[in-house]
Design a protein around this ligand. Structure first.
Ligand code: ADP
Ligand code: UDP
Length: 239
């Protein structure tokens, strides 16, 4: 397998073609953005952590019967994945109020929900990823009814697996964002990443933030938080 030209550079990752049209390589950067791209910075070592964490968590999803794009970790920052056409929906699951849920609905952070919530944003930077519901997604032909139902089933499944694993690590899974894609044969798979960039993770005892909110909110200790969450994962991940 040969790495070919870069086909995309995003805010946190680069994507490269390979000599297999059904496979691409993702390369995780240390670049960090927040506040709809207005805030830019670097989190030293983040790319390595997000790559390795995503891959270990993707393997857990596969074991739980949730198909993913993961193929093979190639290096500290690079992973071979199935090339997908990304369903342009950001799928957000929440167990506890935080971030935009708290600000949008005027509630404090930290309210534990009786059951998880799901919401969708239209993945479109020019429009600033507007919130939409399933009917809007259908009207815009972003996905079919069957695809949305499958995505919801998988997303809640990811929540159960992730919540249980992080609990073993003494970490509370507050909320997270997923992206799904379609492989060449039309199969829906979990794609993109599962990392402290895309999840809110709080120490279960102290509620200390161990995720990108430390960067978003200028709290300091960003690199240490990423290192701590990776250490917890490695301490509890048998593979
Ligand atoms: P953004 O595009 O939001 O700046 P990134 O910097 O993370 O995000 O760039 C990675 C891009 O690759 C994202 O647009 C993501 O949707 C896309 N992507 C993730 N997994 C795959 C995949 N398996 N195949 C093709 N594209 C993917
Ligand atoms: N999230 C993400 N990318 C986005 C928006 C949100 O990874 O473009 C994640 C975020 O890290 C958090 C969850 O989705 O874990 C819910 O985010 P929220 O809607 O509260 O928005 P935020 O305050 O993160 O912008």
């Amino acid at each position: 397998m040969q790495k070919l030209e870069q086909i995309y550079e995003g805010k946190a990752k680069k994507v490269y073609a390979t000599d297999d049209p059904e496979l691409v390589i993702v390369d995780y950067k240390d670049d960090a953005t927040a506040l709809d791209g207005l805030k830019k910075g670097t989190i030293v070592g983040k790319g390595v952590i997000n790559n390795q964490m995503t891959n270990r968590l993707m393997v857990k999803m596969e074991k739980a019967g949730i198909p993913t794009h993961f193929v093979k970790e190639l290096s500290q920052r690079e992973t071979l994945v199935k090339k997908v056409s990304i369903v342009p929906l950001e799928v957000i699951i929440r167990n506890i109020s935080a971030g935009h849920f708290a600000s949008r609905y005027g509630v404090e952070e930290g309210i534990v929900f009786d059951q998880p919530t799901i919401e969708f944003s239209y993945k479109n930077d020019d429009l600033h990823d507007p919130l939409l519901n399933e009917y809007h997604a259908l009207a815009l032909k972003l996905a079919t009814r069957e695809e949305i139902d499958l995505i919801k089933k998988y997303a809640f499944g990811v929540n159960e697996v992730l919540k249980a694993f992080w609990a073993e690590c003494g970490v509370t899974l507050v909320d997270f964002k997923l992206e799904f894609g379609k492989t060449a044969d039309g199969t829906i798979v979990l794609a993109d990443e599962i990392s402290p960039d895309t999840c809110r993770l709080w120490d279960s005892k102290t509620h200390e933030k161990l995720d990108k909110d430390r960067f978003r909110r200028d709290m300091g200790g960003v690199e240490d938080a990423y290192a701590e969450i990776m250490k917890r994962l490695l301490d509890h991940d048998a593979d």
